[in-house]
Design a protein around this ligand. Structure first.
Ligand SMILES: Cc1cc2nc3c(=O)[nH]c(=O)nc-3n(C[C@H](O)[C@H](O)[C@H](O)COP(=O)(O)O)c2cc1C
Length: 173
C-alpha cells in the first residue's frame, strides 16, 4: 500500500525552501502531517491556494470567511502526480471558521481526483472549537471512499498519533 498525505498550507507563515524551520516553528497541521508521514512512510503534499492568502492575519481571516460564506472553491497551486497510485489518503488542515479551509474542499471536490474506493483518513489541528465537525466535512466530501476514525490535534500536538495509527491498522513504523 502507498500513502499520500495532504494538508493545507497556513497562508501567513513562510516556510523557507532552503532552510526549513525547526519542528516547533512549523505550522501546527504540518507537524501532525509530518508525524503521520513518518509512521506510515507516506508522501507529503501541500494543498496551497494558487493566489496566496494575504500575509496579514486579519485580512487573511476575512478573505477565508468570505470564501466560506460564498462557497468559493479557490484554484490550487499544484497538481499531485500519480494520484491514482495511492490507496490511503490522509487529508487534513487547520479548523477555520468552524470547518475546513475552502482549498481543502477545492482539492476534494473540484480538482478531478478520483477518491472512490480509496481509504480517506481525516485529521485536523484546532485551537478550541469544532474539530469533529471539521473531520466530518472531509468525510462528507468523499462519499465514495472508505473512512477511518480521524485524528484531532490541539495546536499541533502529535502525542497519540502512533497509537491512533496502530488502532486503525495503518502504522507501518
Ligand atoms: C481564520 C481562522 C479561523 C479559525 N477558526 C477556528 C475554529 O473555528 N475553531 C478552532 O478551534 N480554531 C480555529 N482557528 C485556529 C486554528 O485552527 C489552529 O490554530 C490551528 O492549529 C492552526 O493550524 P496551522 O498552524 O497548521 O495553520 C482558526 C484560525 C484561523 C486563522
Amino acid at each position: 500500500m502507498r500513502y499520500c498525505l495532504i494538508r493545507h498550507e497556513k497562508c501567513w507563515l513562510h516556510i523557507s525552501a532552503e532552510a526549513p524551520p525547526p519542528p516547533q516553528n512549523r505550522p501546527n497541521t504540518e507537524q501532525v502531517a509530518t508525524s503521520i508521514a513518518q509512521h506510515t512512510d507516506g508522501t507529503l503534499y501541500r494543498i496551497e491556494r494558487k493566489k496566496p492568502y494575504p500575509e496579514d492575519f486579519k485580512d487573511c481571516a476575512s478573505e477565508a470567511k468570505k470564501e466560506l460564506n460564498d462557497s468559493i472553491f479557490p484554484a490550487l497551486k499544484d497538481v499531485i502526480p500519480d494520484f491514482d497510485k495511492y490507496d490511503v489518503v490522509f487529508v487534513g488542515g487547520p479548523v477555520w471558521w468552524h470547518t475546513v479551509p475552502m482549498p481543502i474542499l477545492s482539492f476534494l471536490k473540484k480538482s478531478g481526483y478520483d477518491f472512490s474506493g480509496k481509504i480517506v483518513v481525516p485529521f485536523c489541528s484546532y485551537a478550541n472549537m469544532f474539530p469533529h465537525e471539521t473531520l466530518l466535512e472531509i468525510v462528507n466530501a468523499t462519499p465514495n471512499s472508505l473512512h477511518h476514525n480521524g485524528f484531532i490535534s490541539e495546536e499541533g500536538d502529535t502525542t497519540g498519533i502512533a497509537q491512533w495509527l496502530d488502532d486503525i491498522n495503518l502504522k507501518l513504523k
